[in-house]
Design a protein around this ligand. Structure first.
Ligand code: HEM
Length: 357
């Protein structure tokens, strides 16, 4: 007979809250909330890893059928809802005042979220490169088993690599002599020229200096043109400005531009969900940072980092999929979007064709 509490191992879970303050003879009421909040976060991290691992397995193949991509999409959307929920969940721990936290903080040294193995595994699984890390010495207090878990995560295919592999398989970008990318480049140039003209018109009317904004447009144009030149692209990669392969980047631009075509709708929603995931991980970092600054101000963390400054930097610098996010700068409005050759248009409508056939 299977009973509720056995199935859920409630004896273990509900018996796992041990207050350090009580052990020191000064029980602090809020420490229960502190422990339970961390434990629930860790449980949700487990679910997130479970989902992301399954998505990597589905994507990391020479061919990803549409039905599997739809499964990947729904799982990443689930992960996104969990991350959103976790960012929101900081409001619970914020019901504890900084003073109440001080009643037991000293007993926690040197324990810190720094040592959350699942968080580190998640960062690696998503594909955060070592070069982007703000700080690396947190590996010191890990046990050999935990270090092995981290090594395993580093040696597996990451979500970044799996998404890149899938994007590289997207067909339709070369078609006979049709110079799609030339047409696209012209469209973007026209769009940027319009932006320049509009900027000059406005600054003349308002007597402002357009130099800085014009320089920004020039920089955008250079960045855009570099996407099409293998050497310049390699240069961007060596500078760390771009990590994703040129082919995967152009595929993303193609999917985003023609996102309303039936065949590209799920790919587009999937890319969008990945961008959303990156944003929500940063949101988690940001919400955690804000909560930390309220709790401990500018004090250093129990894990030995500078605390607030370190956490703020991770929020800004440790984005995994900024290659995808940054492509929004080069999206063209519908009136500037180049037309596709009829044959490609027809193939992108394949859902209807199959139904009619
Ligand atoms: C009063 C509540 C909290 C405070 C004051 C706090 C403080 C800190 C500080 C200062 C750090 C930087 C590392 C260090 O030097 O210790 C950190 C890192 C971290 N904390 Fe918290 N934290 C709190 C709650 C939480 C909760 C509820 C979680 C949920 C699991 C969490 C997870 C993490 C993680 C994963 C890191 C590593 C972040 C990174 O290095 O990217 N923290 N925390």
């Amino acid at each position: 007979m299977l009973y509720y509490s056995d199935y859920l191992a409630l004896d273990s879970i509900l018996g796992a809250q041990h207050l350090e303050s009580a052990k020191h003879g000064t029980p602090a009421h809020e420490e229960m909330l502190f422990i339970i909040t961390h434990q629930t976060f860790e449980l949700w991290f487990k679910q997130v890893l479970f989902e992301v691992d399954s998505v990597i397995t589905l994507l990391d193949r020479p061919y990803v059928p549409e039905s599997d991509l739809a499964v990947c999409l729904s799982r990443i959307q689930r992960v996104n809802r969990i991350m959103e929920h976790l960012a929101q969940q900081f409001t619970l721990i914020e019901t504890m005042t900084p003073g109440e936290f001080m009643e037991f903080r000293a007993f926690l040294n040197p324990a810190s979220g720094f040592q959350s193995v699942q968080w580190r595994v998640l960062e690696r699984t998503l594909g955060l490169p070592e070069t982007k890390r703000v700080m690396r010495h947190y590996t010191e207090p890990f046990t050999p088993e935990q270090l092995k878990q981290l090594d395993d995560a580093s040696n597996r295919t990451t979500l970044f690599a799996a998404v890149q592999r899938w994007l590289e398989q997207i067909p339709f970008m070369e078609h006979g002599s049709y110079a799609f990318w030339d047409a696209y480049k012209t469209s973007v140039r026209n769009m940027l020229d319009n932006d320049r003209a509009e900027l000059r018109r406005l600054s003349e009317a308002e007597h402002t200096d357009p130099t800085m904004s014009l320089e920004q447009i020039d920089a955008n144009e250079r960045g855009f043109l570099a996407l099409f030149d293998a050497d310049q692209y390699a240069e961007l990669q060596s500078q760390g400005t771009r990590r994703m392969s040129q082919r995967a980047t152009l595929a993303t631009l193609f999917i985003s531009t023609y996102r309303d075509r039936p065949l590209l709708q799920i790919p587009y929603r999937f890319v969008d969900a990945i961008i959303e995931l990156d944003r929500l991980v940063s949101l988690w970092r940001y919400r955690h940072t804000m909560m930390v600054s309220r709790m401990i101000g500018m004090r250093v963390g129990t894990g030995g980092s500078s605390g607030h400054d370190y956490l703020m930097q991770t929020t800004v610098r440790q984005r995994v999929f900024d290659d995808l996010t940054s492509l929004s700068s080069y999206l063209v409005p519908p009136q500037h979007t180049p037309e596709l050759p009829a044959e490609i248009e027809a193939r992108l409508q394949f859902v209807n064709e199959a139904r009619n056939g």
